[in-house]
Design a protein around this ligand. Structure first.
Ligand SMILES: [Zn+2]
Ligand SMILES: [Zn+2]
Length: 415
Protein backbone atom coordinates (compact mmCIF):
# COMPACT_ATOMS: atom_id res chain seq x y z
CA UNK A 1 0.00 0.00 0.00
CA UNK A 2 1.44 3.30 -1.08
CA UNK A 3 -0.06 5.43 1.62
CA UNK A 4 1.08 4.69 5.09
CA UNK A 5 -0.01 5.99 8.44
CA UNK A 6 2.87 6.28 10.90
CA UNK A 7 2.55 7.28 14.53
CA UNK A 8 5.18 7.58 17.25
CA UNK A 9 5.77 4.10 18.60
CA UNK A 10 8.64 4.19 21.07
CA UNK A 11 7.23 5.69 24.22
CA UNK A 12 4.25 7.61 25.51
CA UNK A 13 5.72 8.35 28.91
CA UNK A 14 5.41 11.94 29.99
CA UNK A 15 8.77 11.62 31.75
CA UNK A 16 10.38 11.15 28.33
CA UNK A 17 8.55 14.22 27.06
CA UNK A 18 9.68 16.41 29.95
CA UNK A 19 13.26 15.07 29.95
CA UNK A 20 13.61 15.69 26.21
CA UNK A 21 12.18 19.16 26.50
CA UNK A 22 14.50 19.99 29.35
CA UNK A 23 17.55 19.23 27.23
CA UNK A 24 16.35 21.34 24.33
CA UNK A 25 15.13 24.06 26.65
CA UNK A 26 18.52 24.34 28.34
CA UNK A 27 20.28 24.28 24.99
CA UNK A 28 18.19 27.22 23.85
CA UNK A 29 18.89 29.03 27.15
CA UNK A 30 22.59 28.67 26.37
CA UNK A 31 21.88 30.49 23.11
CA UNK A 32 22.43 27.48 20.86
CA UNK A 33 20.47 27.42 17.65
CA UNK A 34 20.44 23.60 17.46
CA UNK A 35 21.13 20.73 19.80
CA UNK A 36 22.64 17.76 18.02
CA UNK A 37 21.61 14.15 18.45
CA UNK A 38 24.92 12.93 19.81
CA UNK A 39 24.59 15.23 22.77
CA UNK A 40 20.94 14.38 23.13
CA UNK A 41 21.63 10.63 23.22
CA UNK A 42 24.30 11.04 25.85
CA UNK A 43 22.27 13.31 28.11
CA UNK A 44 18.89 11.63 27.80
CA UNK A 45 20.36 8.43 29.26
CA UNK A 46 21.29 10.38 32.36
CA UNK A 47 17.81 11.87 32.69
CA UNK A 48 15.82 8.72 32.10
CA UNK A 49 17.06 5.92 34.27
CA UNK A 50 15.18 3.21 32.41
CA UNK A 51 17.33 3.94 29.37
CA UNK A 52 20.59 3.08 31.06
CA UNK A 53 19.52 -0.49 31.69
CA UNK A 54 21.02 -2.56 28.89
CA UNK A 55 22.31 -1.40 25.56
CA UNK A 56 19.98 0.96 23.77
CA UNK A 57 20.56 1.84 20.17
CA UNK A 58 20.85 5.40 18.97
CA UNK A 59 17.49 5.72 17.20
CA UNK A 60 15.73 4.42 20.28
CA UNK A 61 17.36 7.12 22.38
CA UNK A 62 16.56 9.86 19.90
CA UNK A 63 12.95 8.72 19.78
CA UNK A 64 12.46 9.66 23.41
CA UNK A 65 11.70 13.11 21.97
CA UNK A 66 9.31 11.79 19.33
CA UNK A 67 6.10 12.89 21.05
CA UNK A 68 7.57 16.33 21.81
CA UNK A 69 8.08 16.64 18.08
CA UNK A 70 4.68 15.13 17.27
CA UNK A 71 2.92 17.91 19.16
CA UNK A 72 5.18 20.64 17.77
CA UNK A 73 7.17 21.32 20.94
CA UNK A 74 10.45 20.47 19.26
CA UNK A 75 11.50 21.05 15.67
CA UNK A 76 13.67 18.42 14.04
CA UNK A 77 16.13 18.77 11.16
CA UNK A 78 16.38 15.58 9.12
CA UNK A 79 18.91 17.01 6.71
CA UNK A 80 22.10 16.67 8.74
CA UNK A 81 24.26 13.90 10.25
CA UNK A 82 24.11 13.71 13.16
CA UNK A 83 20.53 14.98 13.21
CA UNK A 84 19.71 18.04 15.25
CA UNK A 85 16.69 19.68 16.80
CA UNK A 86 15.61 22.69 18.82
CA UNK A 87 12.75 23.65 21.07
CA UNK A 88 9.95 25.72 19.47
CA UNK A 89 8.22 28.74 20.98
CA UNK A 90 5.32 26.47 21.80
CA UNK A 91 7.76 24.11 23.49
CA UNK A 92 9.19 26.94 25.56
CA UNK A 93 5.72 27.98 26.70
CA UNK A 94 4.92 24.38 27.52
CA UNK A 95 8.10 23.86 29.50
CA UNK A 96 7.64 27.13 31.40
CA UNK A 97 4.14 25.95 32.32
CA UNK A 98 5.70 22.72 33.52
CA UNK A 99 8.27 24.58 35.62
CA UNK A 100 5.54 26.66 37.23
CA UNK A 101 3.34 23.60 37.65
CA UNK A 102 0.58 25.12 35.52
CA UNK A 103 -1.12 21.96 34.34
CA UNK A 104 -4.08 23.63 32.64
CA UNK A 105 -1.68 25.64 30.50
CA UNK A 106 0.20 22.50 29.50
CA UNK A 107 -3.04 20.80 28.51
CA UNK A 108 -4.20 23.85 26.56
CA UNK A 109 -0.98 23.92 24.59
CA UNK A 110 -1.28 20.25 23.66
CA UNK A 111 -4.97 20.70 22.79
CA UNK A 112 -4.10 23.65 20.53
CA UNK A 113 -1.65 21.40 18.79
CA UNK A 114 -4.21 18.63 18.33
CA UNK A 115 -6.83 21.01 17.02
CA UNK A 116 -4.57 22.82 14.58
CA UNK A 117 -1.60 20.65 13.57
CA UNK A 118 -1.25 18.07 10.86
CA UNK A 119 -0.36 14.59 12.10
CA UNK A 120 -0.88 12.22 9.20
CA UNK A 121 1.39 14.15 6.88
CA UNK A 122 3.99 16.93 7.25
CA UNK A 123 4.46 16.25 10.92
CA UNK A 124 7.89 16.87 12.34
CA UNK A 125 8.09 13.58 14.24
CA UNK A 126 7.09 11.16 11.52
CA UNK A 127 8.45 12.42 8.26
CA UNK A 128 7.49 9.35 6.23
CA UNK A 129 3.83 9.27 7.24
CA UNK A 130 1.52 9.78 4.29
CA UNK A 131 -2.09 9.72 5.36
CA UNK A 132 -5.07 12.05 5.31
CA UNK A 133 -6.00 10.78 8.75
CA UNK A 134 -4.98 12.82 11.79
CA UNK A 135 -4.89 10.09 14.41
CA UNK A 136 -5.05 12.29 17.55
CA UNK A 137 -8.09 14.12 16.16
CA UNK A 138 -9.73 10.82 15.31
CA UNK A 139 -9.01 9.54 18.81
CA UNK A 140 -10.67 12.47 20.61
CA UNK A 141 -13.58 12.75 18.20
CA UNK A 142 -14.34 9.05 18.44
CA UNK A 143 -14.36 9.32 22.23
CA UNK A 144 -16.98 12.06 21.99
CA UNK A 145 -19.09 10.36 19.31
CA UNK A 146 -18.97 6.90 20.89
CA UNK A 147 -18.93 8.00 24.51
CA UNK A 148 -15.52 6.41 25.02
CA UNK A 149 -13.33 4.12 22.94
CA UNK A 150 -11.20 1.08 23.68
CA UNK A 151 -7.71 0.47 22.33
CA UNK A 152 -9.10 -2.16 19.99
CA UNK A 153 -11.85 0.16 18.85
CA UNK A 154 -9.32 2.85 17.99
CA UNK A 155 -7.14 0.33 16.15
CA UNK A 156 -10.13 -0.76 14.10
CA UNK A 157 -11.09 2.82 13.23
CA UNK A 158 -7.52 3.62 12.15
CA UNK A 159 -7.47 0.55 9.92
CA UNK A 160 -10.89 1.04 8.36
CA UNK A 161 -10.53 4.77 7.80
CA UNK A 162 -6.90 4.90 6.70
CA UNK A 163 -6.41 1.54 4.98
CA UNK A 164 -9.89 0.88 3.63
CA UNK A 165 -10.67 4.57 3.00
CA UNK A 166 -14.08 4.26 4.54
CA UNK A 167 -15.59 7.55 5.65
CA UNK A 168 -15.55 8.43 9.32
CA UNK A 169 -19.28 8.16 9.91
CA UNK A 170 -19.57 4.81 8.15
CA UNK A 171 -16.64 3.59 10.23
CA UNK A 172 -18.28 4.76 13.45
CA UNK A 173 -21.53 3.03 12.55
CA UNK A 174 -19.66 -0.13 11.64
CA UNK A 175 -17.90 -0.05 14.98
CA UNK A 176 -21.13 0.29 16.93
CA UNK A 177 -22.81 -2.49 14.97
CA UNK A 178 -20.07 -5.09 15.25
CA UNK A 179 -18.30 -6.85 18.08
CA UNK A 180 -14.61 -7.56 18.49
CA UNK A 181 -14.74 -10.93 16.75
CA UNK A 182 -16.31 -9.44 13.65
CA UNK A 183 -13.65 -6.79 13.32
CA UNK A 184 -10.68 -8.10 11.48
CA UNK A 185 -7.46 -6.16 11.25
CA UNK A 186 -4.75 -7.68 9.01
CA UNK A 187 -1.77 -8.88 10.98
CA UNK A 188 0.62 -6.46 9.19
CA UNK A 189 -1.06 -3.46 10.77
CA UNK A 190 -2.68 -4.96 13.87
CA UNK A 191 0.27 -4.26 16.17
CA UNK A 192 0.90 -0.81 14.84
CA UNK A 193 -2.69 0.30 15.31
CA UNK A 194 -3.28 -1.31 18.67
CA UNK A 195 -0.11 0.02 20.29
CA UNK A 196 -0.50 3.74 19.80
CA UNK A 197 1.72 5.79 22.09
CA UNK A 198 0.19 9.23 21.88
CA UNK A 199 -2.89 7.97 23.70
CA UNK A 200 -0.64 6.98 26.59
CA UNK A 201 0.87 10.45 26.74
CA UNK A 202 -2.51 12.20 26.50
CA UNK A 203 -3.72 10.04 29.35
CA UNK A 204 -0.63 10.63 31.48
CA UNK A 205 -0.96 14.37 30.93
CA UNK A 206 -4.67 14.46 31.81
CA UNK A 207 -6.35 15.16 28.49
CA UNK A 208 -7.89 11.69 28.48
CA UNK A 209 -8.40 9.07 31.11
CA UNK A 210 -8.64 5.30 30.87
CA UNK A 211 -11.41 3.55 32.79
CA UNK A 212 -12.66 0.00 32.34
CA UNK A 213 -10.51 -0.38 29.23
CA UNK A 214 -12.06 2.64 27.63
CA UNK A 215 -10.55 6.02 26.98
CA UNK A 216 -12.71 8.98 28.01
CA UNK A 217 -12.18 12.73 28.08
CA UNK A 218 -11.17 14.16 31.45
CA UNK A 219 -13.40 16.77 33.06
CA UNK A 220 -10.95 19.47 31.99
CA UNK A 221 -11.05 18.48 28.32
CA UNK A 222 -14.81 18.03 28.37
CA UNK A 223 -15.35 21.43 29.92
CA UNK A 224 -12.93 23.36 27.74
CA UNK A 225 -12.92 21.54 24.42
CA UNK A 226 -16.02 19.38 24.01
CA UNK A 227 -17.49 21.45 21.18
CA UNK A 228 -14.17 21.90 19.40
CA UNK A 229 -13.68 18.16 19.43
CA UNK A 230 -17.25 17.43 18.39
CA UNK A 231 -16.84 19.60 15.30
CA UNK A 232 -13.27 18.73 14.37
CA UNK A 233 -12.37 17.11 11.06
CA UNK A 234 -10.28 14.00 11.49
CA UNK A 235 -8.50 14.67 8.21
CA UNK A 236 -5.44 16.85 7.78
CA UNK A 237 -6.98 18.06 4.58
CA UNK A 238 -10.48 17.79 3.26
CA UNK A 239 -10.24 14.65 1.13
CA UNK A 240 -12.18 15.04 -2.08
CA UNK A 241 -15.62 13.52 -2.02
CA UNK A 242 -15.52 12.80 1.67
CA UNK A 243 -17.95 14.87 3.63
CA UNK A 244 -16.63 15.98 6.95
CA UNK A 245 -19.02 18.86 7.51
CA UNK A 246 -21.77 16.63 8.73
CA UNK A 247 -20.03 13.38 9.17
CA UNK A 248 -21.53 12.83 12.60
CA UNK A 249 -24.85 11.92 11.04
CA UNK A 250 -25.81 9.91 8.05
CA UNK A 251 -27.69 12.13 5.70
CA UNK A 252 -30.45 10.77 3.55
CA UNK A 253 -29.27 11.26 0.01
CA UNK A 254 -32.65 12.58 -1.04
CA UNK A 255 -31.97 15.57 1.16
CA UNK A 256 -30.24 17.26 -1.68
CA UNK A 257 -33.70 18.11 -2.92
CA UNK A 258 -34.32 20.15 0.19
CA UNK A 259 -32.98 23.64 0.72
CA UNK A 260 -29.36 23.25 1.74
CA UNK A 261 -28.29 22.39 -1.74
CA UNK A 262 -24.55 22.74 -1.40
CA UNK A 263 -24.06 20.77 1.76
CA UNK A 264 -26.39 18.13 0.50
CA UNK A 265 -24.68 17.81 -2.81
CA UNK A 266 -21.56 17.02 -0.83
CA UNK A 267 -23.45 14.41 1.10
CA UNK A 268 -24.55 12.97 -2.18
CA UNK A 269 -20.93 12.53 -3.14
CA UNK A 270 -20.23 10.60 -0.01
CA UNK A 271 -22.22 7.75 -1.43
CA UNK A 272 -19.74 7.50 -4.23
CA UNK A 273 -16.82 7.34 -1.85
CA UNK A 274 -18.07 4.65 0.46
CA UNK A 275 -17.72 0.95 -0.06
CA UNK A 276 -20.11 -1.80 -1.03
CA UNK A 277 -21.17 -4.87 0.91
CA UNK A 278 -20.92 -8.46 -0.12
CA UNK A 279 -24.65 -9.18 -0.19
CA UNK A 280 -24.09 -12.73 1.02
CA UNK A 281 -22.25 -11.57 4.11
CA UNK A 282 -23.75 -11.60 7.57
CA UNK A 283 -22.67 -8.01 8.00
CA UNK A 284 -24.76 -6.93 5.05
CA UNK A 285 -27.82 -8.90 6.20
CA UNK A 286 -27.53 -7.34 9.61
CA UNK A 287 -27.36 -3.84 8.19
CA UNK A 288 -30.14 -4.42 5.68
CA UNK A 289 -32.40 -5.78 8.41
CA UNK A 290 -31.42 -3.41 11.18
CA UNK A 291 -34.01 -1.52 13.23
CA UNK A 292 -34.66 2.01 11.98
CA UNK A 293 -32.83 4.70 13.97
CA UNK A 294 -34.34 8.15 14.02
CA UNK A 295 -32.87 11.54 14.87
CA UNK A 296 -34.25 15.03 14.90
CA UNK A 297 -33.22 18.08 12.92
CA UNK A 298 -35.18 20.84 14.60
CA UNK A 299 -38.66 19.42 14.82
CA UNK A 300 -38.29 17.16 11.82
CA UNK A 301 -37.93 13.46 12.45
CA UNK A 302 -35.35 11.84 10.22
CA UNK A 303 -33.93 8.36 9.84
CA UNK A 304 -30.33 7.34 9.54
CA UNK A 305 -29.34 5.78 6.28
CA UNK A 306 -26.35 3.63 5.49
CA UNK A 307 -24.55 4.98 2.44
CA UNK A 308 -22.88 1.65 1.92
CA UNK A 309 -26.20 -0.06 1.27
CA UNK A 310 -27.03 2.53 -1.38
CA UNK A 311 -23.63 2.03 -2.91
CA UNK A 312 -24.24 -1.70 -2.96
CA UNK A 313 -27.57 -1.23 -4.74
CA UNK A 314 -25.89 0.94 -7.38
CA UNK A 315 -23.14 -1.60 -7.81
CA UNK A 316 -25.66 -4.46 -8.22
CA UNK A 317 -27.36 -2.41 -10.95
CA UNK A 318 -23.95 -2.24 -12.64
CA UNK A 319 -23.94 1.55 -12.42
CA UNK A 320 -26.81 1.86 -14.86
CA UNK A 321 -29.95 3.99 -14.69
CA UNK A 322 -32.95 1.83 -13.83
CA UNK A 323 -35.23 3.98 -15.98
CA UNK A 324 -33.20 3.40 -19.10
CA UNK A 325 -29.89 1.59 -19.34
CA UNK A 326 -28.78 3.81 -22.18
CA UNK A 327 -28.63 6.91 -19.95
CA UNK A 328 -25.03 7.90 -19.42
CA UNK A 329 -23.37 10.30 -16.98
CA UNK A 330 -19.62 10.50 -16.38
CA UNK A 331 -16.97 8.47 -14.67
CA UNK A 332 -16.67 9.04 -10.93
CA UNK A 333 -13.44 8.95 -8.94
CA UNK A 334 -13.95 5.26 -8.39
CA UNK A 335 -13.75 4.64 -12.12
CA UNK A 336 -17.38 3.63 -12.45
CA UNK A 337 -20.20 5.55 -14.06
CA UNK A 338 -21.72 8.04 -11.62
CA UNK A 339 -25.20 7.04 -10.47
CA UNK A 340 -27.40 8.08 -7.58
CA UNK A 341 -29.52 6.12 -5.19
CA UNK A 342 -33.21 6.72 -4.73
CA UNK A 343 -35.43 5.17 -2.06
CA UNK A 344 -38.61 4.15 -3.86
CA UNK A 345 -40.52 4.38 -0.60
CA UNK A 346 -38.92 7.59 0.62
CA UNK A 347 -37.13 7.68 3.96
CA UNK A 348 -39.67 10.15 5.36
CA UNK A 349 -42.14 7.23 5.17
CA UNK A 350 -40.14 5.13 7.59
CA UNK A 351 -42.57 6.02 10.38
CA UNK A 352 -45.28 4.11 8.47
CA UNK A 353 -43.25 0.88 8.40
CA UNK A 354 -41.92 -1.32 11.13
CA UNK A 355 -39.30 -2.85 8.84
CA UNK A 356 -36.22 -0.86 7.84
CA UNK A 357 -36.82 0.74 4.41
CA UNK A 358 -33.22 1.82 3.94
CA UNK A 359 -32.64 -1.54 2.35
CA UNK A 360 -31.47 -2.95 -0.93
CA UNK A 361 -34.98 -4.02 -1.98
CA UNK A 362 -36.16 -0.39 -1.79
CA UNK A 363 -33.16 1.36 -3.35
CA UNK A 364 -32.84 2.16 -7.02
CA UNK A 365 -29.80 3.09 -9.07
CA UNK A 366 -30.74 6.09 -11.14
CA UNK A 367 -29.06 8.77 -13.24
CA UNK A 368 -29.09 12.35 -11.89
CA UNK A 369 -31.50 13.61 -14.57
CA UNK A 370 -34.10 10.94 -13.87
CA UNK A 371 -33.51 11.38 -10.14
CA UNK A 372 -34.31 15.09 -10.42
CA UNK A 373 -37.34 14.19 -12.53
CA UNK A 374 -38.76 12.00 -9.78
CA UNK A 375 -38.49 14.76 -7.23
CA UNK A 376 -39.02 17.88 -9.31
CA UNK A 377 -40.96 16.85 -12.42
CA UNK A 378 -44.64 17.51 -13.04
CA UNK A 379 -47.25 14.90 -12.10
CA UNK A 380 -47.41 13.07 -15.45
CA UNK A 381 -43.66 12.88 -15.73
CA UNK A 382 -43.25 11.64 -12.17
CA UNK A 383 -46.06 9.14 -12.65
CA UNK A 384 -44.39 7.71 -15.72
CA UNK A 385 -40.97 7.33 -14.12
CA UNK A 386 -42.28 5.98 -10.85
CA UNK A 387 -44.49 3.38 -12.47
CA UNK A 388 -41.44 1.94 -14.20
CA UNK A 389 -39.52 1.84 -10.95
CA UNK A 390 -42.42 0.36 -9.03
CA UNK A 391 -42.83 -2.47 -11.55
CA UNK A 392 -39.12 -3.13 -11.23
CA UNK A 393 -39.17 -3.35 -7.44
CA UNK A 394 -42.65 -4.67 -6.60
CA UNK A 395 -41.63 -8.32 -6.22
CA UNK A 396 -38.52 -7.50 -4.24
CA UNK A 397 -40.50 -5.37 -1.82
CA UNK A 398 -43.10 -8.11 -1.44
CA UNK A 399 -40.36 -10.62 -0.72
CA UNK A 400 -39.51 -8.74 2.47
CA UNK A 401 -43.13 -8.20 3.44
CA UNK A 402 -43.62 -4.67 2.16
CA UNK A 403 -46.98 -4.69 0.39
CA UNK A 404 -47.84 -1.36 -1.10
CA UNK A 405 -49.69 -0.85 -4.37
CA UNK A 406 -48.66 1.77 -6.85
CA UNK A 407 -51.60 4.07 -6.25
CA UNK A 408 -50.90 4.13 -2.55
CA UNK A 409 -47.19 4.77 -3.06
CA UNK A 410 -47.82 7.62 -5.44
CA UNK A 411 -50.62 9.36 -3.62
CA UNK A 412 -49.04 9.08 -0.22
CA UNK A 413 -45.45 9.97 -0.95
CA UNK A 414 -45.10 11.64 -4.34
CA UNK A 415 -47.96 14.06 -4.75
ZN1 LIG B 1 -34.47 10.36 -4.55
ZN1 LIG C 1 -31.92 8.04 -16.18
Amino acid sequence: MAHTLIMPKQTGKKDALYASLELYYNSSKRGEEWYNNNNFKKEIQKSLLYLSKGAQNGPYLVKQSELARYFGLVKYDYGTRPGKAHITNRGIRFFNAYLSNDIDMQLSIIMDSILSDSFGRNNCAIESSDSDVDAPKLFLKAIVDLNGISRKGLAYLLYVIHDLKIGYSDAIIELTKTNNQEREIPIEVANKYSDVKFTVLLTELGITTEQNNKYQLTEFTKKEYYNNIKNISIYNKEPELILTLREDIQVDEDERFNDNTIINELSQNRIVSSFTYDINSERFKKQNNRNPVSYKVGNILKYKTNARISKTAISLAEYKCSIDHSHTTFNSKLGTQYMEAHHLIPMCAQKDFSINIDRIENIISICPICHCGIHLGNQEFKLDLLKKLYDLKEQELKSVGININFGELFSKYYR
